[in-house]
Design a protein around this ligand. Structure first.
Ligand code: ADP
Length: 232
């Protein structure tokens, strides 16, 4: 395959942006780890409080780096067609029920799930649901609703939050790798492991299952992510 000059420079720019994004995301946890190791070197053994704080922070930063690397490996395998899915008939209502139970969050409210069968890889589906639910919980403080309905040969699954919402201008970009809205970046209790890879991974999983994703959102009022899923 021969690439034109535009495609080559587009590829180069994309790669440059990618390396820039990854380096940027690794810098924060590495700086934290360096800082605490220095602190440990100076006071660690004499002050048990400092020792505890340092170990906790180093552990969290290492976990964040691990999450980042795992997300990157997932996408790299996906890009190279090396991410095998095993699709089998799945009871979506049962899968959702178990998924919500495992979350064990009092903020998650569910509608009554009607019985519904789809062809899917359950583990991948749960990973996709987690991306939507994590975001809904994180970008809002009220209850998050999960609704499942069926009609004809499709199931419609909604994740509804009344949170910070998404600006119209950002809407087309939230599924891009490393994209985070300014509102998300400046959130006071910023989630350290939020790097903007959750939705791209969710989108890849949705595409592999012929699931359509649509988003409705209003700044300051909340967001609804709707999945249209083919049933069997
Ligand atoms: P992140 O790890 O930052 O949550 P995602 O890829 O999951 O990354 O989402 C990309 C961006 O889309 C988020 O940083 C946020 O700006 C926006 N976003 C996603 N879901 C929501 C939501 N439910 N409410 C408000 N903003 C959202």
């Amino acid at each position: 395959m021969q690439l034109g000059i535009d495609a080559v420079s587009e590829n180069f720019l994309r790669q440059q942006r990618f390396v820039n994004d990854v380096s940027h995301e690794l810098r924060t946890p590495l700086t934290i780890i360096r800082g605490y190791v220095d602190l440990l070197e100076s006071y660690g053994t004499s002050d048990p409080e400092i020792f505890k704080e340092a170990v906790t922070s180093i552990k969290t930063s290492a976990q964040n780096m691990q999450n980042l690397v795992e997300s990157l490996l997932f996408l790299a395998r996906a890009d190279q067609g090396r991410q095998p899915l095993t699709k089998v008939p799945v009871d979506l209502d049962e899968l959702l029920k178990k998924f919500v139970e495992a979350y064990n969050s009092p903020r998650v409210k569910v509608s009554k799930f009607p019985p519904c069968k789809i062809l899917a890889d359950g583990e991948f589906l749960k990973k996709m649901f987690a991306a939507f639910l994590d975001n809904a919980l994180y970008y809002s403080t009220d209850a998050v609703k999960i609704e499942l309905t069926t009609s004809g040969d499709v199931a419609t699954l909604k994740f509804i939050d009344k949170g910070i919402g998404i600006d119209k201008e950002d809407m087309g970009k939230i599924f891009d790798r490393f994209y985070r809205t300014d509102k998300a970046r400046t959130k006071i209790d910023d989630r350290e492991n939020a790097v903007g890879l959750g939705l791209p991974i969710a989108k890849w999983i949705a595409d592999r299952h012929d699931i359509k994703i649509s988003v409705k959102s209003k700044l300051g009022e909340g967001s609804t992510f709707t999945l249209t899923i083919p049933t069997i």
